[in-house]
Design a protein around this ligand. Structure first.
Ligand code: CIZ
Ligand code: SF4
Length: 322
């Protein structure tokens, strides 16, 4: 429609004028991901978004995702201006892990190594020994466990339990969850699988253990996209935010992708396979971030002390990943 076409044209022009690049998460709406691709930006997971932003020559990064992603980008690129379509786009894992209580929890177990998921505030990262994303969490915990380390894990309890089960590591768990993944339902998934017996089930480990147990492949967003490309099945039932279908279908154009069930038994869900905060990154909000004279509703700032402290565990992960 014309209004959308106008917004897109205007955003393209503004990106050039402002020496800015659009970086979008896999869970944003398809038109936003397409716009990022068309304009030379990138679509990826939170870690790759921050890496891409750091390595790109543009002066300004427009981060279409949620707040912790803007913060991670700013931590890796302090000299750049980092703008978000809206700073109201947050994450239930970040909200559910406030620095004060998390810090007390860590203080109460000083002999534990603190490992936090990327979906946390800069302050929580600064309190941690390691930051991990779901694509590398298993390897890092395995490494720490092999050194005999006891671990505090935060904030996603499902991802933490999955990792503890896989590695046998001793982990004290913070009780956070993702409102999108926590809603996938095992019973309804089993019923759906009966209707599609040849389908492979792909599950993000932020989902409940009962759903992870039914998976043919468990992994981060990038790993699930790759699984749809490489597994021989022609149908996939996918338990993660439906925003991922854009890139998953691009990588596997002939495959059939089906959303894993969230409700079941007439129950309603909190988010129904699409993150409400990711959905805030619309065309209008992106345009606003590029035109605002007062950038305070958009611009990410991370205090220098906090930034330096958060960079330590982030760099540990980046170096481990190499
Ligand atoms: O669930 C999320 O928000 C994910 C998968 C973030 C990420 O690391 O890309
Ligand atoms: Fe947070 Fe879940 Fe939304 Fe990702 S999908 S940003 S983990 S609430």
């Amino acid at each position: 429609d014309l209004e959308k076409a106008n917004y897109k044209a205007r955003i393209k022009q503004l990106l050039v004028e402002r020496d800015a690049v659009l970086v979008a998460h896999y869970y944003t709406d398809p038109e936003i991901q397409a716009l990022a691709e068309e304009t030379g930006g990138c679509v990826s997971d939170s870690l790759e978004m921050a890496r891409f932003g750091r390595d790109h020559p543009a002066k300004t990064l427009i981060v279409a995702g949620v707040k912790f992603m803007g913060e991670t980008s700013k931590i890796l690129s302090p000299e750049k201006t980092v703008l978000m379509p809206t700073l109201d786009a947050t994450c239930s894992l970040d909200i559910g892990c406030p620095i004060d209580t998390f810090s007390k929890f860590c203080d109460a177990h000083p002999d534990h190594t603190v490992v936090v998921y990327a979906n946390t505030s800069a302050a929580v990262k600064a309190r941690a020994d390691w930051v991990v994303t779901s694509s590398i969490a298993l390897e890092i915990v395995e490494h720490l466990d092999s050194q005999g380390k006891k671990i505090i894990w935060g904030p996603d309890r499902h991802l933490g339990s999955y990792i503890a089960k896989q590695t046998g590591a001793e982990m004290l768990m913070w009780q956070g969850d993702c409102i999108v993944h926590d809603e996938f339902k095992a019973k309804a998934l089993r019923e759906l699988k009966i209707k599609h017996p040849d389908a492979a089930i792909l599950v993000h480990p932020e989902s409940p253990a009962s759903v992870v147990e039914l998976a043919d492949a468990v992994g981060s967003t990038s790993q699930l996209i790759k699984a749809a490309q490489t597994m021989i099945n022609d149908t996939f039932i996918v338990a993660t935010d439906r925003g991922i279908f854009y890139k998953m279908q691009q990588g596997a154009p002939d495959k059939i992708l089906i959303e894993a069930p969230t409700g079941g038994n007439g129950a309603t869900c909190r988010s129904c396979a699409h993150c409400p905060w990711m959905a805030m990154n619309g065309l209008q909000a992106i345009e606003a971030s590029l035109t605002a004279t007062d950038t305070s509703p958009h611009e990410i700032f991370v205090d220098d002390d906090l930034r330096e402290a958060a960079l330590v565990p982030l760099d540990r992960m980046l170096n481990f990943a190499q």
